[in-house]
Design a protein around this ligand. Structure first.
Ligand SMILES: [Zn+2]
Length: 154
């Protein structure tokens, strides 16, 4: 299930997360060394994990900051897309590849950029495009974990 977080701020602990972004206009982007891709407008779900200093709080703060050195694949898309929400699961266990597999089976999921966010694993992609907001409750049920959610305002 997806429960709404009432923490006020995100925990500075290791976590697996899904960052939801909205892209208002389609863009063609060169994503580092990965290549050039066309990103249609709509909703994007990026699956990642935060196990560095500051945990989830530090990672999401980075995603929310617009001005920064472009380092990860998601940084290139983030420069054009607006963060909408984050769903997360606090824990040392790295769930992102399993979560990516769950997203891949969801209705309407497409992968516009092969290998996006998946440099360190064998997943086809850790980024999924949806024409409309994906059914996060269904995702939560599919991964069978207690997932919290925090939404961002513009
Ligand atoms: Zn993976």
């Amino acid at each position: 299930m997806v429960a709404r977080a009432c923490l006020g701020e995100l925990p500075p602990e290791p976590a697996t997360y899904v960052l939801l972004l909205r892209l208002k206009c389609p863009v063609d982007l060169t994503v580092g060394k990965l290549g050039r891709f066309s990103f249609p407008c709509g909703c994007y779900a990026y699956v990642g994990s935060a196990h560095g200093p500051g945990g989830l709080a530090a990672r999401i703060a980075r995603h929310l900051r617009r001005a920064k050195t472009l380092h990860w694949h998601i940084d290139y898309l983030r420069a054009h897309a607006q963060p909408v929400a984050v769903c997360y699961y606090v824990g040392e266990e790295r769930c992102e590849c399993r979560w990516a597999r769950a997203f891949a089976t969801m209705t309407g999921a497409e992968t516009p950029a092969a290998r996006f966010g998946a440099s360190d694993c064998r997943c086809p992609s850790h980024l999924f495009h949806f024409a409309t907001t994906p059914d996060l409750a269904a995702f939560g049920q599919a991964v069978e974990e207690r997932i919290l959610m925090e939404t961002f305002s513009d």
